[in-house]
Design a protein around this ligand. Structure first.
Ligand code: G6P
Length: 616
């Protein structure tokens, strides 16, 4: 009886959400995007906190063991591999460093969908194969993999594709629904048998702050996020799975050997760990933030949980918090602590509500920033300075690893004021984290790896870049201060960054390389960019006012005219980002001019943005 009713529920769900297409595949990518030109139809498709597929699973209150069979039959009926597309997919093009990123929603001119459901299914199956290969040494044959997603409008269809790819390969899935990227990693570490944790691997469906039509995948094991080489292996294998499927060579498993699906409210488990961490650091006080007014801006991403599940249980007042509901069209601002509009929105919320502190997250909560009660933004270099101050109190003399675009003022602050060591490395959160891990492995102690983008990872938190955990570190500080003076607001944080020297002018100008330009002579944009950098380096050597940074790991970093600039190749795009910091606009112009003069002979380099800056 129970199995029948589960099947009935499943059929109703499928009929409603996955009408079969004329081609007989399970997916109908149009189900959410009919009349895509109308904004209203998009609105209808927004994610609600109660993810519909998870809701379907939750309607069966059967525990895991007896639910297995029902779930198996549910999956089986959804099956008939959807990897039946004849569309060509260039899998390697989906690699974006240590992530997978692509276009998942049609409708933007010049951006055809390449992260299709069949491609996603093949990638998920390839991840399972990769993971099994690593785990087989432990005798494991059947894996348990968690899947979660941010608020993007393509989240459900990709979650279904991931689920099918994994279960069809005979492994089990835990669906978490709306989740944060760090929570997904955490699910590989949490020990909780009742909820079938820890998992062997985790998949997060997200494209961070990118536009609504994009999406992507991040993978985790208990060792952390996968690296570039792993992603390449997975994509190569996915391409084979996809090809075999297209030629009908892939065998669907018998129902009995398919994986099972269950849903778990993991965000509650993860958030309760954050709450416990703050309570512990406040000497066991139940509500250590009682009376403190904190506003959160989740930018309609996945960070809304922080209000109800973290701040309120700790006693904080949260009125004025905004954009907490998931909405994959991001109607208010891009959820990105590096974005000016986003920072303005949280700053206004703090001031309008006379709050003690503002907190802002990116879409999948691996990045964050704060605003103090006076409206002062605590992001970029300031947030690194703040975190360094906290970490260096706990670990005197430790090395702080940062990305390449950090300021000279930050170095002075970390080394002269805090007594630590600043190791300015490369751009890219994974580069920074891996470098900190490497330093520790060769005997140089490091406890903090952080990027100006708001990615920050601590050794004490498994080197996981977790925006929520960074904010917990700030809350710990506030809670401790409140035990001495319950009226103290965020001043304790503001005081910690006192003395950080900041340049009057700070700009990032992105110079595009035209990949189709004849000047590339058929070569790659990377080669071209490297040639530009070599040329600039030579030119700098001839200018007595400019000095190359003695230690530099990326691009050309130069000091002069009281400031500095860095020209480097973007990690992913055919772009040379130019960062300039200077004490005045005049000095910034001198630095910009030095770059413009040196690169002017590279006709495939679009210097319009630099010219505009120089003429302002
Ligand atoms: O090199 P860029 O184009 O400036 O991009 C650099 C950024 O790329 C990605 O978004 C990474 O997640 C960030 O960690 C990194 O900072």
């Amino acid at each position: 009886m129970a199995a029948l009713s589960a099947k009935t529920i499943k059929n109703a769900f499928l009929a409603q959400h996955h009408p079969r297409t004329r081609h007989g595949t399970r997916y109908n990518s149009g189900f959410c995007f009919r009349n895509t030109r109308s904004m209203h139809s998009f609105q209808e498709c927004r994610l609600s906190v109660a993810d519909s597929s998870a809701k379907w699973l939750n309607t069966t209150t059967t525990p895991w063991t007896s639910f297995d069979k029902q779930a198996v039959s549910c999956n089986a009926a959804q099956g008939g591999s959807a990897v039946s597309s004849s569309e060509k997919v260039d899998f390697l093009k989906l690699q974006n460093g240590s992530d997978i990123r692509g276009v998942a929603v049609a409708g933007v001119e010049g951006e055809p969908v390449n992260l299709t459901e069949p491609a996603t299914e093949a990638i998920a199956a390839a991840f399972a194969a990769w993971l099994l290969n690593r785990k087989e040494a432990d005798g494991l044959r059947r894996l348990r993999i968690s899947v979660g997603h941010d608020s993007r409008i393509s989240a459900h269809k990709l979650q279904n594709a991931v689920t099918h790819g994994i279960t069809a390969a005979g492994h089990d899935i835990l669906q978490f629904g709306l989740a944060s990227t760090p929570a997904m990693f955490n699910s590989t570490l949490t020990i909780d048998e009742r909820n079938h944790l820890p998992v062997d691997g985790a998949i997060m469906i997200t494209a961070s702050h990118l536009p609504y039509n994009r999406n992507g995948l991040k993978f985790f094991t208990s060792d952390g996020g996968l690296n570039k080489a792993d992603i390449k292996d997975i994509l190569e294998h996915a391409s084979k799975i996809y090809e075999e499927s297209a030629h009908g060579k892939q065998q669907e498993r018998e129902d009995a050997s398919r994986g099972v699906v269950n849903s778990v409210d993991y965000m509650s488990i993860y958030a309760s760990d954050l709450v416990q961490a703050v309570r512990k650091s406040a000497g066991g006080k139940e509500k250590p933030l009682e009376g403190l007014h904190v506003v959160v801006d989740a930018g309609n991403g996945a960070g809304g949980f922080f209000v109800d599940k973290v701040l309120k249980p700790l006693g904080a007042v949260t009125t004025g918090s905004q954009f907490l509901d998931p909405d994959g069209l991001f109607p208010n601002h891009i959820p990105n602590p590096e974005d000016k509009t986003a920072m303005k929105a949280i700053t206004e919320a703090v001031l309008d509500n006379k709050a003690d502190l503002g907190i802002i997250f990116d879409t999948d909560v691996d990045r964050s920033a704060a605003v103090d009660s006076s409206g002062r933004e605590l992001n970029r270099n300031r947030l690194i300075a703040l975190m360094a101050a906290i970490v260096l109190e706990e670990h005197p003399g430790t090395t702080v690893v940062t990305d390449s675009v950090t300021s000279d003022g930050l170095t002075v602050f970390i080394e002269n004021k805090l007594g630590g060591k600043h190791h300015r490395f490369k751009r890219g959160y994974k580069n920074v984290i891996d470098e900190a891990i490497r330093l520790n492995s060769i005997g140089e102690e490091s406890h903090l790896a952080m990027e100006t983008s708001g990615h920050g990872a601590l050794k004490e938190n498994h080197w996981l870049d977790d925006g929520a955990y960074l904010m917990v570190k700030l809350l710990n500080k506030l809670a401790a201060a409140r035990t001495l003076d319950s009226s103290i607001g965020s001043k304790v944080l503001t005081d910690l960054v006192e003395g950080l020297e900041e340049a009057a002018v700070t700009v990032e100008i992105r110079l595009k390389i035209d990949q189709n330009h004849a000047d590339l002579k058929g070569g790659s944009f990377r080669d071209y960019g490297e040639a530009v950098l070599r040329h600039l380096e030579n030119a700098i050597g001839k200018d007595p006012n400019l000095h190359k940074a003695p230690k530099n790991y990326e691009g050309v970093r130069v000091s002069g005219h009281g400031g500095w600039f860095l020209l480097r190749l973007s990690l992913h795009d055919p772009v040379l980002p130019l960062n300039i910091e200077a004490p005045s606009k005049d000095d910034a112009i001198k630095l910009g001019l030095a770059v413009l003069t040196a690169v002017s002979e590279f006709s495939a380099l679009d210097v319009t943005a630099l010219n505009k800056f120089l003429q302002q």
